[in-house]
Write a protein that binds this ligand. Structure first.
Ligand SMILES: [Zn+2]
Length: 94
């Protein structure tokens, strides 16, 4: 599936939009600012036992034990395919 897109294009899509912006602005996921980390409602288990990492541009759920990059998050929230998630993020870049 990933072969449909060049590697650098996917890297750009994955890194160009900050993970916090994907959560807050692009996907409108519910968040809590209770600590120094932005916590978001996990799209899989709905817990707030989560964190985001700006350096890696990943969001993590400690209950699911899973990392989400922006593409993974769009797929989980939108229950869409990889290609749909990439096209969606591409349309949100500007
Ligand atoms: Zn979870």
């Amino acid at each position: 599936m990933a072969d449909l897109y060049p590697t650098d294009f996917l890297r750009k899509i994955r890194n160009q939009i900050p993970i916090e912006k994907v959560i807050v602005t692009v996907l409108n996921i519910e968040v809590r600012h209770s600590s120094k980390w932005l916590r978001f409602r996990c799209p899989l288990c709905y817990s707030f036992h989560t964190a985001t990492n700006r350096n890696t541009n990943l969001a993590r759920c400690f209950d699911c034990n899973k990392n989400f990059n922006p593409i993974d998050l769009v797929m989980a929230v939108g229950q869409c395919s990889f290609v749909e998630a990439v096209e969606y993020l591409k349309s949100k870049r500007h």
